[in-house]
Each structure stands twice: as C-alpha cells, then as structure tokens.
Design a protein around this ligand. Sequence first.
Ligand SMILES: Cc1cn([C@H]2C[C@H](O)[C@@H](COP(=O)(O)OP(=O)(O)O[C@H]3O[C@H](C)C(=O)[C@H](O)[C@H]3O)O2)c(=O)[nH]c1=O
Length: 327
Amino acid sequence: MTIQPKNYLVTGCAGFIASRVAAMLLEQGHHVVGVDNMNDYYDVSLKQHRVDQLKCDRFTSHTMDIENEAEVESIFDATKFDAVLNLAARAGVRYSMENPRVYMTTNLLGTLNLLESMRKRNVSKMVLASTSSLYAGQPMPFDESLPVNTPISSYAASKKAAEMLAHSHHHLYEMDISVCRYFTVYGPAGRPDMCIFRFIHWIAQGEPIELFGDGTQSRDFTYVDDIARGTIAALKPVGFDIFNLGGGNDPVSLLEVIAKLEALLGKKAKLTHREFHKADIVTTQANVSKAKTILGWKPSVDLDEGLAACVDWYQKNQPWSANIQLP
Ligand SMILES: Cc1cn([C@H]2C[C@H](O)[C@@H](COP(=O)(O)OP(=O)(O)O[C@H]3O[C@H](C)C(=O)[C@H](O)[C@H]3O)O2)c(=O)[nH]c1=O
C-alpha cells in the first residue's frame, strides 16, 4: 500500500518516546520536523544518540524550546504541518517536587504555545502525551472515564492541566485532540531517571540498586515500540478523546523486574532501601480496550522480550552506555 507522505511536527524528538515515534513516521515515508530543547535533566549524550539515529533527508531537527512562543511560531511559519505530536515534556515524577515550576512552563505553557500556533494556521490535529500517573488512588484496571482530579505529583497535575487546556481548544476551535496516557514505558535507549535503565546499570556494574519502598509496588510496564505505534495510531481524527496506552497485563512488581534482570545479566542485585516516595503511585494497570476498539491498537511485546532488548542494547553500546550519567 502506498501512503501519502505527510508533514509532522514531533516535539521532544530527542526524548525516549518521541525519538521512536519520529523513527516510525520516517520509516513510513513521512516528513518529520523534530524539536527539542536538549536540556540537561539527564545525560545529553543519550539524547544526541537518539537524534543521530533519525538522520535522513526527510528529517529536520531544531534545538528550541516549546516554552518560547516566538520560536514555536517560526517553526510553524517554515512548514505547513498536517499534525503535531506533542511529546516534549518534563516527565520525571519525583523531580517534579524539586522543580515544579518547570513542569508547568514546559508541559502547560509549551502546549499552549503549540495549540495557539496550530489554531492560527488551521492545523487541527494534535496527539498529546499524558500519563497514567493521573490515576493515583483510582480503582484498577484504570479506564479513561475515571475522574482524575486528585493528582499526587506536580508532574501529574501539569499533565492534567495540559489535557484540560487541549480540551478547551477542541471546544473553542474544533481542534482534534488525541490524549495518550502512557503506562511506565521502557525499552532500549530508555530514560536514565527511570527504574529499568537504572536497575540494569546498577546490576551490571555491581552497584547497589536504590529501591524506593520495599519493591512490592508494581507497574503495567509498556514497551516503547508499542507506545510509538499507539501514538501514531492516535493521529486518527477523534474530535477529543483520551486513550490508555499500556501493557494491559497484570502489574509486575519491582522485585519481579529485578529478578528478571538478574537472570538476563547473570548477576545478583544488591539493594539499598529508600523511603517510599510520596509522589509515587503504588500500582498501575491499564484497561486498553478503548485504544483497541477506536485505534485498532494493542500492545505486542511482553515484558521478558522487552527487558531482554534493553539489556542487549545496554551491552552492545558499552562502554558508552555504562558511562551515561544517572540523574
Ligand atoms: C528511578 C527509580 C524508581 N524506583 C521506583 C519508584 C517507582 O515506585 C517505580 C517506578 O519508577 P519510574 O520513575 O521508573 O516510573 P513511574 O513512576 O511509573 O513513572 C514513569 O511512568 C509514568 C507513567 C510517567 O508518566 C513518567 O514519565 C515516568 O517517569 O520504581 C526506584 O525504586 N528506584 C529508582 O532509581
């Protein structure tokens, strides 16, 4: 089947999820403009590595911040986009207690800048990255109709605010918005502020794992390629809708993940216990039936296969991967 190539703006293109989304769009023959502010919240060499993988004549990248209205406007002046995939974000849960302001400016003001540039130029489609962290305290499995009005981190609050802002632009200007709520995403070249990247590194290097709580907290871990496919499927016109993109499996505890990584690495983990973090959700499980029905999407990579791919990436990219600074 031949596809009609389109122009997509992918924000946060050096990020973990956005770089996979951009890669898949390019594989499909589309044109991608990627923007990223290349901030140093975590090791910039990893961000650069991801962007380097995207090099092709249909990909252009710009170092710029979506918080900067003038820069956002100039990106929209240069290209007529068919859709925007807004995946740029401040996304660390615990760091949002240390620096809540930047979560509001990037996740909310940055989203507003994009929505406004889109509105002025009649670009109507946005896919907005959001989070399962919003479901804290709700009954599982989480479905999209649950009220998510009691966020427990500034990060989750900023994402809820972005969802609501996008809804108001949908209502006022008929913009077409797909909100994707991601469930703990992992995969090769993952985020070094997240547990799977760090656990692999610590076990491989024989260093103690910093474990918040007793390790029985659990997640519906979701492989990055599944997430990227779901994000692209969410380009479908929907009016305004919210989709869980999650594994849709029973949640897996951190202790189970550690055991699986020990087996893959052939090494025993050492543990240092830290207090369970107040901004942390205890457990997550996605109901993904809505994404299945409306987007025709379902996850296909199971945790064992996905963890093996992460370990493989870490080992193949030595010694650089072992020197990536953990934030
Ligand atoms: C980094 C780290 C984490 N943990 C514990 C803390 C949590 O109970 C659990 C998972 O933490 P992580 O930050 O890897 O993932 P989530 O808290 O689920 O948050 C992630 O998934 C959601 C959906 C997003 O939206 C966030 O962007 C993303 O950071 O591992 C540790 O014990 N040690 C560590 O060094």
